[in-house]
Ligand binder design. Structure first.
Ligand code: GDP
Ligand code: IMO
Ligand code: MG
Length: 425
């Protein structure tokens, strides 16, 4: 089956970029299917770090066609900056395709994202303030502008006028902000940005299906993660799209029967950025150790991530929600110095043990994790290239995780570098 999906199993930043880059060696096309520049996917090649927000992580290989699918929300200014950044590093981005059906992020989306967060005060979600939620809201309300609207200046200006009028009245009357100048927005998008974006716009659905017909291998690269999914995540502390594998179909236009493998990316511990429940969250010295050894600061926003232990209850739920076939376990090396390592195997809810994520979220806020404790390996994993070389304690931890998830771990990350990943048969 020629299509593979890469999906985050936690709350993001599991190492999707790195695994996508690895798998891209056997692919022909890499597609982003949802999210926008709230994502930050890092690939480290010979010490040089690439932090990608919108461009699919396969772009570093000349044989890959990177595609931004219809399910993505695109800020064209950010996209062009990213293209320039890649070009300056010698990466050829000329094969990049952008779906005409992808929605545009417009300046008022950023303003509204910022204002909504301010308005929510201590109840704020901790969004990336990139305008993601407001852009998807307009898409659902059927007032959004799409990438293809850039190709028809008259239509673009007409639609922009209507929507900016409405947004300006919200900005002025609800948030006491100055109105945005519709002509300024139109001139920037049409005159400055469109000439460079236009050659990239295309029929990505047609291209992907032709590629399938030709037997090409396609990788669908998820952004965010299972528990940030608008439908299946810890709502309202979620993003506004569907990172789960089902979203890979709607966000790319590839049907479910064309999907083969679904690889879930799981960090050997968990992090979360922004607010929301987190049963296995840790604090104190252990939190500091995970943050420092794992460099757990947002790729784009620089925010400190909240760390916690691996949660197999969530992982099992992610296996179900995404029909995961394999796990890529990342950042195992970050645990190198610990004398003991924990996996949450069940939750205690008012004295009752459950191995499932409670459907009533108030319960998730109050569950007490039940842990299994493992002996640490206390040695350096970062130079290991063969699964057989892993210390017995690490093998034990991995096989218990496989048992709990009931699917195989096929890759283990032992460092940020492109080569620092061990493949299992
Ligand atoms: P993504 O959003 O899922 O692509 O993940 P990010 O790139 O935001 O965060 C993952 C971070 O961990 C990046 O800094 C990666 O370079 C780094 N990383 C990925 N895999 C490993 C690994 O196996 N070990 C270590 N130490 N770092 C890793
Ligand atoms: P990658 O693809 C981690 C989080 C934000 C916030 C919530 C909503 O790098 O894993 P949004 O701006 O999307 O409306 O914010 O989602 N969030 C992420 N957390 N990694 C990401 O992407 C994220 N993208 C959004 O911190 O809690
Ligand atoms: Mg990230």
């Amino acid at each position: 089956m020629p299509t593979t999906v890469v999906v985050g199993t936690q709350w993001g930043d599991e190492g999707k970029g790195k695994v996508t880059d690895l798998l891209a060696r056997q692919m022909d096309v890499v597609v982003r299917y949802q999210g926008g520049h709230n994502a930050g996917h890092t690939i480290v090649v010979e010490g040089e770090s690439f932090a990608l927000q919108l461009v699919p992580s396969g772009v570093l290989y000349p044989h890959i066609t990177p595609v931004i699918g219809n399910g993505v929300v695109v800020d064209p200014g950010v996209l062009l900056d990213e293209i320039d950044m890649l070009s300056a590093k010698g990466i050829d981005t000329s094969r990049l395709m952008v779906s005409g059906n992808a929605h545009l992020i417009l300046p008022f989306h950023l303003e509204i994202d910022r204002m909504t967060e301010r308005f929510l005060g201590k109840n704020r979600l901790g969004t990336t303030k990139r305008g993601i939620g407001p852009a998807y809201a307009d898409k659902a309300s059927r007032v959004g502008l799409r990438v293809q609207d850039l190709l028809d200046p008259k239509i673009f200006r007409a639609k922009l006028e209507v929507i900016t009028k409405e947004k300006n009245s919200v900005l002025a009357k609800v948030y006491n902000q100055l109105p945005l100048d519709v002509n300024e927005i139109a001139d920037r998008y049409l005159d400055e940005l469109t000439p460079r974006i236009e050659p990239l716009i295309g029929d990505t659905v047609g291209f992907l299906h032709d590629s399938l017909d030709e037997g090409k291998n396609i990788l669908l690269e998820g952004a965010q993660a299972t528990f940030l999914d608008l439908d299946h995540g810890t709502y309202p502390y979620v993003t506004s799209s569907n990172p789960c594998a089902g979203g890979a179909c709607t966000g790319s236009g590839i049907g479910p029967r064309d999907i083969g493998k679904v690889i879930g990316i799981a960090k050997a511990y968990i992090t979360r950025v922004g607010a929301g429940p987190f049963p296995t969250e840790v604090d104190g010295e252990l939190a500091e150790l995970l943050i420092e050894r794992g460099h757990e600061y947002g790729t784009n926003t620089g925010r400190k991530r909240r760390p916690g232990w691996m949660d197999a209850v969530m992982l099992r739920h992610a296996v179900r929600l995404n029909s995961l076939s394999h796990i890529a376990l990342t950042k195992l090396d970050v645990l190198d110095t610990l004398d003991t390592i924990k996996i949450c195997v069940a939750y205690d809810i008012d004295g009752v043990r459950t191995e499932k994520v409670p459907y009533h979220q108030s319960e998730l806020h109050h569950v007490v994790p039940i842990y299994e404790v493992f002996e640490g390996w206390q040695c350096d994993l970062t130079k290991i290239t063969d699964a057989k070389e892993l210390p017995s304690q690490a093998k034990k931890y991995i096989s218990r995780l496989e048992e709990l998830a009931a699917i195989p771990v096929s890759y283990v990350g032992v460092g940020p570098g492109r080569e620092q990943i061990v493949e299992f048969d």
